[in-house]
Design a protein around this ligand. Structure first.
Ligand code: PMP
Length: 303
């Protein structure tokens, strides 16, 4: 990752090298942080941040779930993210807001720990690789189940990502691009950092949020775009065999955008090539974030 000049830290623009925290930070020991991943895109009308307000609202929801007192409002955070892009001269890139517990508590009771918030921006290409975006990625069903309702699967907390990291490492070490996680009931939940879609006989399926996947903003955007094209979208509990017999599978996420899956557990998905619905979703999403669609302009937040 190429450093940028400044990081927004509790209301100040701090030089990249000085945005540090103490080794006794509560979040370092116990994973008591919440975060977001957001992308900014260059468009003919200037730089836009895709669904910035929705992302910052989700950050506040995640903080609330874990009882962290986030002093900044959604509006403050939106403005701070835009300002961080501006001072770093980034026309496009990735934005990582993080709220975490720092010093003031050492035991498991975090009360008294200082709540800190930072916003970091950097340039970032295709998360699952350009080749993956073009021709699809190889995925394996993870031996790690997605963590259940012993925490909040629908909040983005740093600590719970250790579960996704186990799955991701296992997949990559075995030569795959990404992991697909089942929930405790053995049904499909999501990728380590992406929501999943399956197309069969022209109908678009995706697991319901209740299985414990994240309520992804890209998932929501893609469901909206495909419904507008006349596709039936069904939120349905899916099992492993549904995937093997599907015509098309793709992942969605801020980082992954729309990435086709060409193989699952060494079996080709459909004919092993990205299918027409996947290509349509990819094209519509790419046009949307690049400011080339007339609709949903309210999702584009110009800096
Ligand atoms: N699932 C998980 C576990 C994620 O980390 C992400 C990325 N935030 C997603 C799904 C996709 O969510 P979004 O489209 O809001 O980025």
């Amino acid at each position: 990752m190429e450093p940028t000049k400044y990081i927004w830290f509790d209301g100040e623009m701090v030089p990249w090298a000085d945005a540090n925290v103490h080794v006794l930070s509560h979040a370092l020991h116990y994973g008591t942080g919440v975060f977001e991943g957001i992308r900014a895109y260059e468009t003919p009308d200037g730089t836009e941040v895709f669904r910035l307000t929705d992302h910052m609202a989700r950050l506040r929801h995640s903080a609330k779930a874990y009882n962290m007192k986030l002093e900044w409002s959604v509006e403050d955070l939106v403005e701070a993210a835009k300002e961080t892009l501006r001072v770093n001269g980034l026309e496009s890139g990735y934005i990582r807001p993080i709220t975490f517990l720092e010093l003031g508590a050492l035991g498991l009771n975090p009360s008294g720990a200082k709540v800190r918030t930072a916003i970091i921006t950097w340039r970032w290409g295709a998360y699952l690789g350009e080749e993956g975006v073009r021709n699809g990625i190889r995925v394996r069903v993870s031996s790690w189940r997605r963590f259940p309702n012993t925490a909040f699967p629908n909040a983005k907390a740093t600590g719970t990502y250790i579960n996704s990291i186990l799955a991701k490492m296992e997949a990559v070490e075995a030569g795959y691009d990404e992991a697909l996680m089942l929930n405790q009931d053995g049904v499909i939940s999501e990728g380590s950092g992406e929501n999943l879609f399956l197309v069969r006989n022209g109908v678009v399926h995706t697991p319901p949020i209740a299985v414990g996947c994240l309520d992804g903003l890209t998932r929501d955007a893609v469901m909206t775009l495909l419904a507008e094209e006349g596709y039936e979208i069904v939120e349905k509990v899916l099992d492993r065999s549904d995937l093997y017999y599907g015509d098309e599978v793709f992942f969605t996420g801020t980082a992954a955008e729309v990435t086709p899956v060409r193989e699952i557990d060494d079996r080709p998905v459909g004919n092993g090539k990205p299918g027409p619905v996947t290509r349509l979703a990819q094209g519509l999403y790419a046009d949307l974030v690049a400011g080339k669609l007339d609709k949903h302009r309210d999702w584009l937040e110009f800096i």
